[in-house]
Design a binder for this molecule. Structure first.
Ligand code: ASP
Length: 312
């Protein structure tokens, strides 16, 4: 890629010697507490999903535990917001560091990465979401895209699915005719776990990193990247730049060390906002798509409202 990353430990380069089966079994934690202590993100996400299912199935009996986790998540989001207040200064310093230490060719490579991500996001929105709305929900596409435009604009400017949630709810209910019962259950869940744009981004950065560090990828590696990126995206919070800090999880499955990941994060971080804007638009568009599909299948959509789209 034309980027010289010095100080990289040559012994950690290349694919990890663990077999695909070992890496897959490694996702299932034998001891979740030890995974937490070691910071093994995938086993933690796996255990969290199971625990979340347990809490939902437990109903009233486990509600208190669910409330504790919701409150803890809220507190962590507040901390993240405080940290992000420093972001502009950090970004300025990092751009200066990238330009100064790696030269302008590094910036060109980041430009290519940005273009690839934007094209990928556009293709995903038009073909995957568009295809689902057109062929599965059998509804006109133009109304869908016009109806969620406000939410997409807010997602693009805030880079946060969570912050966009009120607008997504409003667009989906008022412009697409999705009934409140479906919108208010599907969208909050989607803003937390449905992040295709994030998965796409993690996958693209993983390929970018593999090229930088000369890691030869096999077909199994591609599958592992797709699976890990999807799992990691489920565990990503709907706030700016959240997934960049979970990159290590995806990169570790192709044998990229923590030190190498730190270099990549430092390299991408200054430009992450512009990448985040695009992936957040995909994330909220996916949530809107799913809410229309669920509403359609449950007969909870007012099609006249959908077709006559009244702008909020
Ligand atoms: N900013 C993204 C969102 O809120 C998450 C991420 O990929 O960093 O949806």
């Amino acid at each position: 890629m034309g980027i010289e990353l010095t100080g990289v430990d040559p012994f950690t380069m290349g694919s990890s010697s663990m077999s695909v089966a070992d890496r897959l079994f490694g996702i299932v934690p034998t001891n979740p507490i030890s995974s937490l202590a070691k910071g093994d993100v995938l086993p933690i996400i796996f255990f969290s999903i199971l625990l979340g299912i347990g809490i939902i199935l437990g109903g009233e009996k486990t509600k208190a535990l669910g409330d504790v986790f919701s409150a803890a998540a809220e507190a962590v989001l507040k901390i993240a917001h405080m940290v992000m207040q420093m972001a502009p200064y950090g970004v300025l310093s990092l751009i200066a560091w990238v330009a100064g230490t790696m030269g302008l060719s590094a910036l060109q490579n980041l430009f290519v990465l940005t273009v690839i991500l934007y094209v990928g996001c556009l293709v995903h929105i038009i073909f995957v979401y568009g295809g689902l709305i057109r062929f599965i929900a059998r509804l006109p596409l133009s109304n869908f895209f016009k109806g969620i435009l406000d939410a997409q604009a807010v997602a693009y400017s805030t880079s946060s699915s969570s912050a966009t949630l009120p607008v997504t709810l409003q667009c989906v209910q008022d412009n697409l005719g999705v009934k409140k019962t479906v919108a208010s259950s599907v969208l909050p869940l989607g803003a937390t776990i449905n992040m295709d744009g994030t998965a796409l981004y993690l996958g693209i950065v993983a390929l970018f990193s593999a090229q930088i560090f000369g890691v030869e990828l096999t077909f199994a590696d591609y599958l592992l990247i797709a699976m890990t990126a999807t799992l990691t995206s489920i565990g990503t919070a709907g706030i700016p730049s959240a997934s960049l800090f979970l990159l290590a999880t995806v990169l570790s499955v192709i044998g990229i060390s923590d030190a190498q990941t730190a270099l990549i994060v430092g390299f991408v971080l200054p430009f992450d906002r512009i990448l985040d804007m695009a992936r957040t638009v995909v994330n909220i568009s996916g949530d809107a798509t799913v809410s229309v599909l669920v509403a359609k299948s449950e007969g909870e959509i007012n099609e006249t409202e959908y077709r006559n789209e009244s702008v909020i």
